[in-house]
Design a binder for this molecule. Structure first.
Ligand SMILES: NC(=O)c1ccc[n+]([C@@H]2O[C@H](COP(=O)([O-])OP(=O)(O)OC[C@H]3O[C@@H](n4cnc5c(N)ncnc54)[C@H](OP(=O)(O)O)[C@@H]3O)[C@@H](O)[C@H]2O)c1
Length: 415
């Protein structure tokens, strides 16, 4: 008997509120069009990242990537109020009319949360083993979300065994890639090789990109993207003076156990005291990477550090914590002009610039080598916590919303 698909539906404004909705009328699926795949989410991860998609979803179009299916029952069929959000993971190919991606293989990439399969038009990418979505419904979606890596049917065994390698790919890989783009392309060891026009489409100078002697402060340092960035900034030839983790009390023990930071401070401490403790003068370069610090810590620290250092950059990467913020407030905050020292990072823009500089093959070969090395080492003190089925996903979402997720645990689900 055909599986009855189940999807997670969120209240867009109050995205801590969720519902699992069954869609019996979606099964069985109709025949597949040419050059298409039928993709069903099989493994997915949850982290602060998914809440950022919900929080900034109306601003950046993240609610539109996986719309509510036509048979969604009332009241959840009201797309003004309800929507589906996205997750990184592995999808299984249930059917295919593209020879390079046969049924039974898997795609790693951006997926909906639920067991309902989606039909997508695809073509082979320029680099072998990757495909690009060409469906008109995805034409406005940022390029990073339209590219998928193909895995062979044998991945099934690793998925069934809940292998660490699968969990890391699902939970950490895109965070590591974001960090890799920042470390190797925005702030490369040779600053003259930095890619241009990367943040806010602004010009990006070799002087901006130079971390020689700089003090780097990372907010939400226990975040996957933060600890990956610290690791790369320590190991890829940058000559920064020090990489300091600025954490909340909540993540303190985990962050202290991480080997990639030179020092750990609390975000409850005052930035001026921290600069004097670490002997940072007013002319010294300070770079604040905000990977999703809680409340308004990013804004507060940025304002304080801008007043203390004449050579300061603030790079927002994360979208803040998981608290619900009205879409109007988000929109008006983003409409305010940013000071010159604030340069927002976008993994999608950065990846496009990196590919324009090096070509697909060189870019993805370099990333794969760095990712393989990082994954082999693993994150010390970090454990994957596997769940099964959509009820477990619902539980994981509620746990993060209630501030009960541990930074030392990674939430991954087989559905
Ligand atoms: N700009 C881009 O292109 C790009 C690309 C990838 C990811 N991102 C963003 O980077 C951010 C981090 O993603 P991630 O997957 O690396 O996150 P993660 O691992 O889940 O982050 C965990 C850290 O987030 C902080 N945090 C804030 N609110 C929390 C809560 N309610 N529960 C638990 N921890 C909370 C904690 O740091 P403290 O306790 O120290 O506050 C915690 O150590 C997200 O906002 C994501 O969207 C942006």
């Amino acid at each position: 008997m055909a599986e009855i698909p189940v999807i997670q539906v969120l209240d867009k404004e109050h995205y801590h509120t969720q519902e699992l909705v069954s869609l019996p009328d979606e099964a069985p699926y109709s025949p597949l069009a040419p050059s298409s795949i039928r993709l069903r989410t099989k493994v997915l991860s949850l982290s602060i990242n998914n809440f950022t998609y919900a929080k900034l979803g109306s601003l950046i179009g993240w609610w539109d990537v996986h719309p509510l299916p036509p048979s969604t029952p009332a009241p959840f069929n009201d797309a003004a109020k309800y929507g589906r959000i996205n997750a990184w993971g592995f999808g299984e190919i249930l059917d295919s009319t593209l020879p390079s991606v046969p049924a039974g293989s898997y795609l790693w990439g951006y997926l909906p949360i639920g067991t309902l399969a989606q039909d997508l038009e695809v073509r082979d990418a320029d680099v072998q083993g990757q495909v690009l979505i060409t469906s008109p419904s995805r034409s406005k979606t940022m390029s990073i979300y339209n590219r998928y890596i193909v895995f062979p049917p044998s991945l099934r065994h690793e998925i069934e065994a809940k292998a660490d390698s699968v969990g890391y790919d699902v939970l950490v890989r895109v965070m590591f890639e974001t960090a890799y783009l920042i470390a190797d392309y925005a702030f490369p060891a040779n600053p003259r090789e930095a890619v241009a026009a990367i943040f806010n489409k602004d010009a990006w100078t070799a002087q901006n990109a130079d971390l020689t002697g700089a003090t780097i402060i990372i907010l939400a340092p226990g975040a996957k993207v933060g600890l990956s960035l610290a690791n790369l900034l320590k190991n890829r030839g940058h000559n920064a003076k020090q990489v300091i983790a600025a954490t909340s009390e909540y993540s303190l023990d985990f962050v202290k156990s991480l080997p990639m930071y030179d020092a750990v401070v609390l975000t409850s401490e005052a930035p001026d005291q921290i600069l004097s403790q670490f002997k940072v003068g007013a002319g010294d370069k300070v770079v604040l990477f905000d990977c999703g610090g809680r409340g308004d810590v990013g804004r507060r620290w940025s304002a304080a550090l801008a007043g203390l250092s004449k050579n300061f950059l603030h790079i927002p990467i994360g979208g803040g914590d998981t608290s619900e913020v009205p879409a109007e407030a988000i929109l008006s905050a983003f409409q305010q002009p940013s000071p010159e020292h604030v340069k927002r990072a976008s993994a999608s823009d950065l990846r496009e610039a990196a590919i324009a500089k090096d070509g697909e093959q060189k870019y993805f070969d370099g990333l794969q080598a760095a990712w393989k090395a990082f994954k082999q080492q693993g994150i010390p003190g970090f454990k994957l916590r596997w769940g099964e089925g959509m009820e477990d996903v619902k539980h994981g979402w509620a746990m993060i919303a209630a501030n009960k997720a541990l930074p030392s645990e990674g939430l991954v689900y087989q559905i």
